[in-house]
Design a binder for this molecule. Structure first.
Ligand SMILES: CC(C)(COP(=O)(O)OP(=O)(O)OC[C@H]1O[C@@H](n2cnc3c(N)ncnc32)[C@H](O)[C@@H]1OP(=O)(O)O)[C@@H](O)C(=O)NCCC(=O)NCCS
Length: 193
C-alpha cells in the first residue's frame, strides 16, 4: 500500500494536507459501550437466537480460527485504518489479554469469531468476522454480545470498537449492541496515488 495518513476528522492538520493536494479515500469510526449501560437481557437474547453454539474460543480451537481467518482475510472493507492482517498461529491463540468468542455450527465448524484485547478494565475489539455462507443471521451480534457479557462479568467496564464507516453491517451490529459512535477518522493519500 502507498503512503497514507489517518487523522481524526476534525484534526487541524487535515486542512493543510488537503491544501497540499491530499485527498480523503476512506472514513472510519470509533465507538464505546460502558458496562453500566449494557442491556443484559437484550445481549442474552442475541446469544440465544444464534444457530449452533456460541462460546469462548480456547487454544484447542486455533486450527479452526486459522481456517476461518484464511477464508475471510480479503473481506474487510476500508483502508489503512481498518485493515486486517492475516493471523499467524500466535495471533490466533487466545490468552488472558487476548480473548476470543465464536459461533460453532452443529458439525463443530467455527463460522463466526470476535477477538478482543484486554487491558485492565478496558476491552478493545480487534476484529469480528463471519464466514461468507453464514452472514446476515445475527452471528456477529451473537459473538460480540457473548464477549461483552462474559467480560463484564469479569470486571471489564469499558468496551471500544471501530471499523470502516462504509461497513454498514458492522455499524448496525454495534448499534444493536448499544455502542455509541464517538470518533470519526479519515484516511488521506497524496492526490493521484
Ligand atoms: C461485518 C460482519 C462481521 C457482519 O456479520 P453478520 O453476522 O453478517 O451480521 P449480523 O447478521 O449479525 O447483522 C448485524 C447487523 O447488520 C445488518 N447487516 C448484515 N449484513 C448487512 C449488509 N450486507 N448490509 C447492511 N446491513 C447488514 C443486519 O441487519 C444487522 O442489523 P440489525 O440488527 O439492525 O438488523 C460480516 O459481514 C463480515 O464478516 N464482514 C467481513 C469482515 C468485516 O468487515 N468485519 C468487521 C470489521 S472488524
Amino acid at each position: 500500500m502507498g503512503e497514507s495518513i489517518v487523522l481524526l476528522i476534525q484534526a487541524p492538520r487535515r486542512a493543510a494536507l488537503e491544501a497540499e493536494g491530499w485527498v480523503v479515500v476512506a472514513r472510519s469510526f470509533g465507538a464505546q459501550l460502558d458496562s453500566n449501560s449494557i442491556n443484559v437481557e437484550r445481549l442474552q437474547a442475541m446469544v440465544a437466537q444464534a444457530e449452533g453454539t456460541v462460546r469462548e474460543i480456547t487454544d484447542t480451537d486455533v486450527d479452526a480460527v486459522l481456517h476461518l481467518d484464511a477464508a475471510t482475510v480479503e473481506d474487510y472493507p476500508g483502508s489503512a485504518a481498518t485493515q486486517h492482517a492475516a493471523l499467524d498461529r500466535r495471533a490466533a491463540t487466545p490468552s488472558a489479554s487476548r480473548r476470543a468468542f465464536g459461533a460453532f455450527v452443529p458439525d463443530a465448524e467455527l463460522v463466526a469469531m470476535t477477538f478482543v484485547d484486554i487491558d485492565g478494565a478496558d476491552a478493545e475489539t480487534q476484529f469480528t468476522v463471519v464466514h461468507r455462507a453464514w452472514r446476515g443471521r445475527g452471528l456477529s451480534v451473537a459473538v460480540k454480545a457473548a464477549s461483552v457479557l462474559a467480560l463484564t462479568a469479569e470486571g471489564v467496564t469499558r468496551f471500544r470498537t471501530g471499523g470502516s464507516a462504509d461497513n454498514a453491517a458492522i455499524l448496525r451490529a454495534n448499534d444493536a449492541l448499544g455502542y455509541v459512535r464517538d470518533e470519526e477518522w479519515v484516511t488521506l493519500v497524496p492526490n493521484g496515488r
